[in-house]
Design a protein around this ligand. Sequence first.
Ligand code: ZN
Ligand code: ZN
Ligand code: ZN
Length: 375
Amino acid sequence: MALDPAGTDLYPPARLAEVRAGVAAAGLDALLLTPGPDLRYVTGYDAHESERLTCLVVPADGDPVLVVPRLELRGAHASPAGGLGIELVGWDETDDPFALVAAGLGAAAGRVGLSDRMWALMVLRFRAAMPGTEQVLASTVLRDLRARKSPAEVAALRAAGEAIDRVHAQVPGWLRPGRTERQVAADIAEAIVAEGHARADFTIVGSGPNGASPHHTAAERVLQAGDAVVVDIGGTMPSGYCSDCTRTYVIGEPSDEFAAYYRVLQAAQEAAFVAAGPGVMAETVDAAAREPITAAGYGEFFVHRTGHGIGLETHEDPYIVSGNTEVLRPGNAFSIEPGIYPGQDGARIEDIVVCTDDGCQRLNNITRDLIAVPG
Ligand code: ZN
Ligand code: ZN
Ligand code: ZN
């Protein structure tokens, strides 16, 4: 079956009805979705974020309405949202769009769900326009839907994984003694787009001691022979779906200690992958990654959770972390990314995986062995 990566397979028109049913089931009167991943998930509309209110109102009873600034009306019509039979209501520069939404919902609205990433600017205006209405997070309704990826969404994530794998395949050619992290990051950002992403979202290049800071921003440090280099990179595809993959490279010969803890890390990443599957608690996967690292004496240097869900956002539910007893289900997509950061250097290995009916499948498939480039 051929999938249309940005079309109705990925953003099916039936999703709106599914979400409306969810609004009623959650005991909400409506969802209010402003531009961002929630609105895109429900309608396919990749609206740009702005101080002017764009808001999809999805009531439990009655028809959805998309309220948009008049200057965006044409774009909204042309977007996938325009094909869903949603009524579009334009507002003029001197109108109060918050009052417009409130009037549409009526005074009876007891609880509404707001996009998790709605700007405070709008949350507070809605609160003022609907003083008797309780505000809750839209994820009350959307969390489970968004966390269980459809086959089309899995295909979109697989395409993202293949694209970022192609970028990693080129990284050894850019890691040369004498170049700065920033120069390497610039090469990577360009390749992320060249390999099919709409944009590069992050390019972490952490060399030597900078590799011990998991979210290090590429800087002016000059690469040297003997450096371990953590390269954690990702972008957003035209489909809206994200990539995120880490490999650790070494320039020339690694130190004995680095080579030893890298082997531990590789075993930990594999152990977590083997542990993950349907019916398994998220925290069990985290424990599976942590156990071999702790046993080897590096437990204190694994300073973050094992992973995060991924989809229209790089970080979303489910989180693979101690304390999260939620059970993984087929369609969940998430990272498995243990790290060891002793200080003089650090290492991380990260793949995106998707939970299937009987286990997990990796969406990143380049080697996890330590990659040595000429020093
Ligand atoms: Zn991270
Ligand atoms: Zn990640
Ligand atoms: Zn990452």
